[in-house]
Design a protein around this ligand. Structure first.
Ligand code: 5GP
Length: 198
């Protein structure tokens, strides 16, 4: 018999190239699961569009980030296209202890660190249907400068290769139709909750 206090909280890592649809997927996962929480990362990247501190990211100076990193405050961290990103460990640990799922959208370098430190986490890599669709999505959201866009596209092949070769990701999901992708990922999380060793 199980009740809510016995529910095993899962650490869920969602990675994939910029423009693959990770943020929409994570938002949809959070909307359908009231025991899931979003892991608010720290970053040195400037806010873009409507982003505000504390909801999208905690926006830090490089100095502040480096201090917190030296204090061991991050579960993992990485540099992506010139900016630092890291997952505050305390909030994630506290949510897991309450039996909540923690949804983290992080890059492949971070995914590899989490795979080592927390091997029972669920690690999912989201692929675009085609590389052309990735470019179209990135261009369509109009949040990056032309230079940033070029750098993000240039990263994509390496990220996909690293995800395949590193063995850090067990699940690869092609994001063609958002609803179908979210169903698939929700199913993966439940199946790993029930069968942790699989
Ligand atoms: P963006 O600037 O588009 O928000 O994020 C750029 C990349 O950094 C994405 O691949 C995103 O998943 C990743 N990212 C966001 N937060 C973190 C984090 O805390 N740690 C790591 N390693 N990557 C992150």
């Amino acid at each position: 018999m199980s009740n809510s206090s016995q529910r095993r909280g899962m650490l869920v890592v969602v990675s994939g190239p910029s423009g693959a649809g990770k943020t929409s997927i994570c938002k949809a996962l959070l909307a359908r699961n009231d025991r899931a929480v979003w892991s608010v990362s720290a970053t040195t990247r400037p806010p873009r569009g409507q982003e505000t501190t504390g909801t999208s990211y905690e926006f830090l100076s490089r100095d502040e980030f480096e201090k917190r990193r030296s204090n061991g405050e991050f579960l993992e961290w990485a540099e992506y296209v010139g900016h630092l990103y890291g997952t505050p460990v305390a909030a994630a640990r506290e949510a897991l202890e309450r039996g909540c799922d923690v949804i983290m959208e992080i890059d492949v370098q971070g995914g590899a660190q989490v795979a080592k430190k927390m091997p029972d986490s669920v690690r999912i890599f989201v692929l675009p249907p085609t590389m052309e669709s990735l470019q179209a999505r990135l261009e369509g959201r109009k949040t990056e400068s032309a230079e940033q866009l070029r750098k993000r596209l240039a990263e994509a092949d390496g990220e996909i290769g690293f995800a395949r070769d590193s063995g850090s990701y067990k699940h690869f999901v092609v994001n063609d139709k958002l609803e179908i992708t979210v169903d698939e990922i929700a199913g993966i999380i439940e199946s790993e909750r029930e069968n942790p060793a699989e």
